[in-house]
Design a binder for this molecule. Structure first.
Ligand SMILES: *Cc1c(COP(=O)(O)O)cnc(C)c1O
Length: 400
């Protein structure tokens, strides 16, 4: 079926390389950015405030504070939650390094707990088993866009007085028990990197319902400075302001915010498209031997940031060849993620004894297929054809 593999000199399924994810910039997006370039404010102006208001409205949260990246936003959230040296914070190993690095930035200790083999998400049971008297917070990751089980996680968090900082970098547009992601946890982080649900180039945001945290987040992204006289520690001259704690310059520009605000207009349609594409993949791959399609828990509705096929034992042993064969067919497959504690930095800093067996096994089995709204029907069909062609080769007698 499908002829000779491109990796062996056959004709690739398509001529143009298809990435696993990519932004979609419209005429309206460009016009919005251009308006800012002609305006008096390039940063910290009305577009930033407008983008924050709109993100809050989209997610049902009271407040939203934008940052220069999702990583900066996570740092701010950990700082605001009071994470400091000696504190432990529980998170998932199956994520981008930033989910755990933000704990280290504050002097805290990341504690990795294993994931559920079906959802790939950390569970309330695993979290509870890892709680000590030093645990201050938990950072669940809505991996692939599927929300973690927040009812169960909330119970554990309340029992041990933990702050829930949700890493929803994948999950803008998702919902949990009919509530939008963004208003479910104590603080929620979204990323606006170009592969994420909507983009600002680089950027991130924290949503929260807590006014005190909101003020702290705003101050943290501007060096810890406040210009709000009622908050001053001393009486001040009109030109003075106060730096009250050590913050950073983590501000988003108005250029980025205008792009983000314009992109948000299409968030619902982007999410529906991702959902429809995932459905199309599911139908194509559900009955193929050797792969498992993504499992979806009842309570959540995924934003489908990533579509991951899980390979069975036989295919897992040949994943490197399968990966290379698909790239040769011009299909931009990817693998998300190597467990964070396996990175050399973590290995060097005391994590060489850590083992989350399910996460490690899943990492060997995963293959991320291209999925983004700007894909067309032909792109989807190319992916399906290439996957069938390549798996057929490596599965049957011909591959061995
Ligand atoms: C992208 C991402 C981040 C970091 O966001 P940036 O905007 O790239 O800094 C954090 N966590 C996860 C799970 C991500 O995918």
């Amino acid at each position: 079926m499908g002829g000779k593999l491109a990796v062996f000199g056959g004709k690739p399924v398509r001529d143009l390389f298809l990435p696993y994810g990519r932004q979609w910039i419209s005429k309206e997006d460009k016009a919005a950015v251009e308006r800012i370039l002609d305006s008096p404010y390039l940063t910290t102006g009305p577009a930033v405030a407008g983008f924050e208001r709109k993100t809050a409205a989209c997610t049902g949260a009271k407040y939203a504070v934008s940052f220069s990246s999702g990583t900066a936003a996570l740092h701010a959230a950990c700082f605001t939650a009071g994470i400091r040296e000696g504190d432990e914070v529980i998170t998932s190993p199956l994520t981008f390094a930033a989910s755990a690095n933000c704990i280290l930035y504050c002097g805290g200790t990341p504690v990795f707990v294993d994931v559920d083999p079906r959802t790939y998400l950390i569970t309330a049971e695993h979290i509870e088993a890892a709680v000590t008297e030093r645990t201050k917070a938990v950072i669940p990751v809505d991996f692939t866009g599927q929300p973690a089980d927040y009812d169960a996680i909330r119970k554990v968090a309340d029992k041990y007085n933990l702050v829930i900082i949700e890493d929803a970098a994948h999950a803008l547009g998702a919902s949990y028990r009919n509530e939008k992601i963004g208003a479910v946890s104590d603080m929620t982080m979204f990323s606006f990197h170009p592969v994420k649900p909507v983009t600002t180039g680089e950027g991130g945001i924290i949503t929260t319902n807590d006014e005190d945290w909101y003020k702290k987040l705003v101050q943290f992204r501007t060096h810890g400075i406040t210009k709000h006289a009622p908050d001053y520690i001393k009486e001040r001259a009109p030109w003075e302001y106060e730096m009250q704690f050590l913050g950073f310059n983590y501000r988003m520009t108005d250029i980025q915010a205008a792009l983000g605000e314009s992109q948000l207009d299409r968030l619902d349609s982007f999410t529906l498209m991702r959902e429809a594409y995932a459905d199309y993949y599911n139908k194509a791959f559900r009955n193929i031997k050797g792969v498992t399609v993504p499992f979806q828990e009842q309570g959540g509705r995924s934003s489908w940031h990533l579509y991951i096929l899980k390979l069975d034992k036989e295919l897992t042993d040949r994943r490197k060849e399968i990966f290379e064969a698909l790239v040769a067919e011009n299909i931009g497959v990817n693998v998300h993620y190597m467990p964070v504690y396996q990175h050399p930095y973590y290995q060097k800093h005391g994590y060489d004894q850590v083992c989350c067996p399910t996460a490690e096994k899943l990492y060997q089995q995963f293959l991320t297929l291209p999925l983004f709204p700007a894909m067309g029907q032909q792109d989807l069909d190319d992916v399906i054809e290439a996957v069938r062609k390549v798996l057929n080769y490596y599965q049957g007698g011909s591959g061995s």
